[in-house]
Each structure stands twice: as C-alpha cells, then as structure tokens.
Design a protein. Structure first.
Lengths: 289, 285
C-alpha cells in the first residue's frame, strides 16, 4: 500500500471516532430505550415473536384513551393554530403599536415553556372549583360546575392546553408571516385587490403549507404532553400518555406486551406529525425563504 | 415583571416598515384579537397571584411565600433539581459542542443525520422515554435502578438527551456565525491540540449561543415531572405536583415564582439574541 492512501484511511477513521461519544450517548438514552420498547412490543407472554400485542390495541381502554388524546390534540391544535395565527398577524400587519411585537415574541417564549405543574396550578386557581373565574360566574348567578363544566375533563384540559399551544403557533408562524413579500401586496393592489382579497388569494395560499404544518406540530405537542394532565387530574383523565404512565406504575392493562404496543403507537403518531410538519415546512420555504 | 418588559421594549431592534398596511377594519380585528389574548393569558396569572398574596383570609401578605421558602422539603427538592439542571447543562455541552463542531468541520454530510437524532425527543414523548429507560436499566444484567445514585445519573443523562434539540440548535446556529475553519487552522498552526481548540477557541466564541441553550435547558429541567416521577426521584417537579394536590396558597406562590423565573430566563435569552450581531462581528474579526 502506498503512503497517501494509508494516511487518507487513517484520517477517515479518526473523523468517525470524533462522533462516537454522541452516538454512544444517543444510543444509551434515546435510541436504546425506544428500541427495547419496540422489540418488546413484538414479544408475547412466552417470549415468542408475535403481532398479538398490536392486535390488542383494539382493547376498549386503549381505544378510548387514544381517542381522547386525539380529540384534545386536534381541538387545541386547530383552535390554538387559528388564534395563534391571528395573534401573529395582528402584531405584524394589524397596524398595532410596534411595542406589541417584541412583547408577544418574548411572552410566547415564556408561555410555550410554561407547561407542566405550574400551568395546571394556575388554571386550578382560575377555573377550578375554588377558582376566581368560577367565583365570578357564581357571583353573577351562574354555577359553571352545575352546568357540566369541569376543569378535569375534555373541555377543561383543552382550555389549559391552549396556554402553550397559541404561543408555539405564534413562534413558529411569525417567520413565515414576515417572509411575505411587499411586492406581492403591491402587485395585488395595482390590480385593484382589496386587503381581504389579497389575503384570500395571495397571502393565505402562500402561507397554507406553513399553517397546516404548524397545526400538525401543535397536534404532536399536545399528544405527547403528560405532566400538565397528570398534575391537573392526578391521572384520572385517561389520555394515551396517562395510560402509559399507569401502565408503568402498575400494569393497568394486565398485559405488559400491550403496554409496549401502546407506547409504540404513540411514537408512530408523533413521528408522523413531525414528518408531515417537516415536509410542509420545506414546501413553504420555496416561496418564503 | 413590568421592569423586564420595559427593557424588552427598549432593546427592540428597529423593525422594517410593515410591508402591508392595515385598513381600519383589520385594525379593529387586530385589537380584538390582542385584547382576547391578553385576557386569556393574564387571567390565570392574576388569579394565581391573588391566591398567593392572600394566604391568610382577607389579609394581603407574603405568608405563602414565607411558608414555601422555609419548608425544608422545598429547599431539599429545589436544591436537588438545581444541581441536576447544572449537571445536565454541563453534560449536554460536553456531548453537543464537540459533536456539532466536528460535524461542521469534518463531516458536513452527516449534519442531517445528527440533527435528526437530536430531534428524537420530539418524537419520543417523556413518558415513553422513561418507560424505555426503566425496561433497559431496571432488569438484570444492568440493574442500575436499585441504587439512588445510579438512578440519578440516568435521570441526568435522560435530561441531557431531552435538551439535545435546544442545545444542538443553539450551538449549530452559533457555529454558523463564526468561521470555525479559520479559527481551527489558526489554533493548529500555533500548536493547539483538539481539546485545547474546543475549550479555548470554540467555547469562548459560542458563549451567547451556549448561554441561551443552557437557560432553556435549565427552565425545562428545573420543574420536570414525568421522568423524575417514574424514576422515583424526589425532585422539585414531583414535590410541586404533591403540593398542588394538598395545599392552596403555597402552590400559588410557587407558580408565581416559577413564572417569574421563566420570564427572566426568556428575557435574558431574547436580550442576548438581540445583541448577537455584535458578537458575530467579533468572531469574524
């Protein structure tokens, strides 16, 4: 072998070694745990390979919890997405004082990270049985809790989840909104379009992949949330994440294998939402980059 | 809080004229949307603040804060979580900075692979991750979850993995802003070894990026509930969850504190990010 090729080879192997710590770490604490659940989800009670665990996903308890998670995620993603978009639009193009723009950005950073126990607590003090808004409604003679409202069901949790859904929409959609080109607006004005016509035929169609993509991202964001719901309901509201939590602490499904399949189903849905988001984001970059 | 928002306003960069002028109809809609948003966001905060200041019926005071801050369990769990957060940040930096640097310098083709892996925490929810960790490290041959020290190590490693999306992004953005090739060659021609280059050249040039990554990681780790709960660690998150179930004014005080804390962290991040153009110039010089 000649000198240079040996040197080249040695350099290549060196480069690879530089990434080894990262791959080892990621395997030990991200890929490994996921792979073990994946493997176990295909193993039956007698250590045989099987698809029975996935067939078991039609179990009532499982379907119910997935369905509740899907409904809450869809609801908060769509409403949160629309309102977040309107908020971002309002501070960028709504003719409001400039102050609102930087305030909204910083505040969205705060609110999108304000999930978990403190968020649950804040809403208990607002709309819980002892909450201030509940008390205000009582004061004007309307008992929320006598009228089928509770913070601890589908509607209540949806209201709470909105608190981190809007801000994430604001943060993700702002760059896309800012990417709309002045020329498009001018061109449509020259052709006699009204403001509404501009948004209807130019602005919104260009932004649509971004908007849809971000709504799907919000869906995943709510779907994977566990801490807020756990702190709020102590595990009584059966979301898919809460079901997995109960499965961890005490095999509530009476079937360990099914638990792994439930966890994998969750990963599949999250992966799907991230992939769709990425694809749509790429598409929108064509126009807005 | 108002002081911080005031500085945020003062620091606002001159934004370009809005490309699209608003008609009066849309101005009304814009005000309505912002007003609705303000009501929705601030009502829970006001309600929580009110609870926290009236621990004793009809008497304004800081009793709830006094009770919380002198509760030994609070001090223990909070200290534990702060130490965990600091260790997580250190660990995450040690793994991510050399990796991002090495990829950018030597193996740019692998950039998307690395980025994909760092984004995995968005695909694997915390509750699934802890499920996997329990099955991987719990049973023999590893049996690492029997002692509280090794469990804590695993908790911190899991947190570091959770911080990857934020940390890698921050570091990668920072690296793009400086000319690492020139810096590396300059350091090499002066005889620096790889550890010296990373520690004395790359780290100092990434200060701002690293600080925002670190603050975000801190904000996430400090109150994290799910992983700590199922690994049976008595950190701040599970403590807060217990408190919410059993007390009234104390969790309100804690919520106010943690909101103020998140606000300060985000304020610092946005302040640093706005100042970044000047640090970019310094890096290039």
């Amino acid at each position: 072998m000649t000198g240079p090729s040996v040197a080249a080879k040695r350099r290549r192997s060196w480069n690879w070694v530089g990434l080894l710590p990262f791959f080892v770490f990621a395997s030990a604490f991200l890929l490994g745990p996921a792979a073990i659940l994946l493997y176990r989800s295909f193993v039956g009670p007698d250590s045989e390979l099987t698809l029975a665990n996935y067939q078991g996903l039609v179990d009532d308890q499982v379907v119910e919890s997935y369905w509740l998670s899907v409904r809450i995620s869809l609801m908060t993603a769509v409403i949160g997405g629309i309102f977040g978009f309107l908020l971002a639009w309002a501070v960028i193009y709504g003719g409001l004082p400039r102050v609102f723009r930087s305030l909204l950005t910083t505040f969205s950073g705060v609110a999108s990270n304000f999930a978990g126990v403190p968020l649950a607590a804040a809403f208990i003090f607002t709309l819980g049985r002892i909450g201030i808004v509940t008390a205000l409604f009582n004061f004007v003679g309307f008992d929320l809790y006598d009228n089928d409202f509770t913070l601890y069901n589908f509607w209540g949790l949806s209201v709470v989840y909105m608190f981190f859904q809007f801000p994430l929409m604001v943060l993700t959609i702002t760059p896309a909104l800012e990417g709309l080109k002045k020329e498009w607006k001018e061109a449509s004005e020259n052709l006699g379009a009204s403001g509404w016509q501009y948004w209807r035929h130019v602005g919104l169609p260009v932004l649509m992949p971004s908007i849809l993509g971000t709504i799907i991202l919000l869906f995943g964001n709510a779907f994977g949330a566990h801490a807020t719901a756990y702190a709020l309901t102590g595990g009584n509201l059966r979301l898919a994440t809460i079901l997995i939590g109960s499965q961890i602490s005490g095999d509530v499904l009476n079937n360990p294998g099914l638990g792994y399949a439930v966890a994998m189903g969750m990963v599949a849905i999250m992966a799907f939402s991230i992939i769709v988001y990425t694809v749509l984001q790429r598409r929108s970059e064509k126009w807005l980059a | 809080m108002s002081a911080i928002s005031a500085t945020a306003v003062a620091e606002a960069p001159p934004t370009p004229e809005p490309a699209i002028r608003a008609g009066s109809g849309s101005k009304v809609l814009a005000w309505m949307v912002v007003f609705g948003g303000l009501i929705y966001f601030f009502t829970p905060l006001v309600a929580t603040g009110q609870r926290s200041f009236f621990a004793i019926r009809d008497t304004f005071g800081f009793e709830a804060y006094r009770r919380i801050l002198t509760d030994p369990t609070f001090i223990d769990t909070f200290t534990l979580s702060v130490v965990n957060a600091v260790l997580t940040i250190v660990l995450s930096l040690i793994v991510i900075v050399p990796t991002a640097y090495w990829v950018a310098l030597k193996m740019p083709r692998l950039r998307s692979v690395i980025e994909f892996i760092t984004l995995l925490p968005f695909v694997i929810p915390a509750v699934v991750l802890v499920f996997g960790l329990l099955r991987m490290y719990g049973p023999p041959p590893l049996s690492l979850l029997n002692s509280s020290t090794s469990t804590r190590v695993i908790l911190i490693c899991a947190y570091a993995a959770l911080s990857f999306p934020y940390m890698y992004r921050a570091v990668d953005n920072g690296l793009r802003a400086i000319n690492i090739r020139t810096l590396t060659e300059a350091a090499q021609s002066l005889g620096a070894t790889w550890p010296t280059i990373i520690w004395r050249v790359i780290f100092p040039n990434l200060k701002v990026a690293l600080l925002s990554g670190a603050l975000l990681t801190f904000a996430i780790v400090i109150g994290e509930l799910t992983i700590a709960l199922y690994l049976g660690q008595h950190t701040f998150g599970p403590y807060m969850a217990d408190l919410v179930r059993n007390k009234v004014s104390e969790p309100a005080a804690l919520t106010v504190l943690s909101f103020a804390f998140t606000w300060i962290a985000m304020g610092i991040i946005s302040y640093l990010t706005r100042r970044q153009p000047s640090s970019k110039k310094r890096g290039k010089r």
